[in-house]
Design a protein around this ligand. Sequence first.
Ligand code: SF4
Length: 328
Amino acid sequence: MLGAWGSRAAPAPEDPEARSQMTTPHRSGPRLVGRIAAAARSIERATRPMEPERAAALARRWDELPAGVRTPEQMLGRRIAGCEGTNAVFPRCDLACSPCYHSRDANRVPTDGAHTIRQVRAQMELLRELRGPGQPAQLIGGEVTLLSPDDHAAALRAMLDAGRKPMSMTHGDFDYAHLEALALDPATGRPRFRHLSFAGHFDSTMRGRRGAERPGGEAELDPFRARFCAMFARLRAEHGITSFLAHNMTVTPGNLDEVAGVVRRNRDAGFRLFSFQPAAYVGNAARWGEGYRAVDPDDVWSRIEEGAGGRLHHRAIQYGDPRCNRTA
Ligand code: SF4
């Protein structure tokens, strides 16, 4: 670059064509400087601890929080605006859980790819406006694998385009062929995602899983948990696509005492996160059972600690209201 600027001192040739060629570096100089400055600005923005748009969204989130949860350990409004998800877009599911948070009419709604992509895009645009970029969002139905692999991929792409970090929520009862078709571009056979995040729901309240239609207990589902993780390990081995896997379990009075065993036996299965949701009286009343309110968060936490083999400090990090969420 210094050499180019140095050529300004050379005498102009007589030939007009040669002169015009020679003047090109003079005109392009400011443009080059502009491009370098723009590149430097974009590098500076990209290497900031946080983009300005996200910082503004987090500040708004913090301001909206009730005073009682604006504690030093609160994550909302500091590092994250919240974990959100798609809402009421494709509620149909081919399993039947007791309980399920979907309404009695959920299975009357056809799973429609074009409608899903349109609605996911619209919801993500709204979340981008409200919550800023770089936030997690769940692609949640119903059952996500009832979408075709291409529609599933297009929905994830719409989320990525809106600056979200998508996670597909599934019951896990699908085959490697769906995962591979989702992950690879059908035109080229090459990966269309470098990374996929999935949350698999596995617990004995679920009915209709192939090979475990009415599980008698949590241990019966361990091979299905392992199979789920193995599909993603295979995807990485064959195509280099990495994954983040979460495990979701609904906790009722009937399986509370099995929480420790689920953690103990599956902690090294390949899941990076375990999440336990005490059952709630939400959704289809025909699928509700007895005694959900008797499951106390302290009871669930102590079973998780028992399975992990040690005390877990859930007051170090706060995520929203501690009456709803505990994290360690
Ligand atoms: S897997 Fe999820 S959506 Fe399907 S029935 Fe169970 S709770 Fe409902």
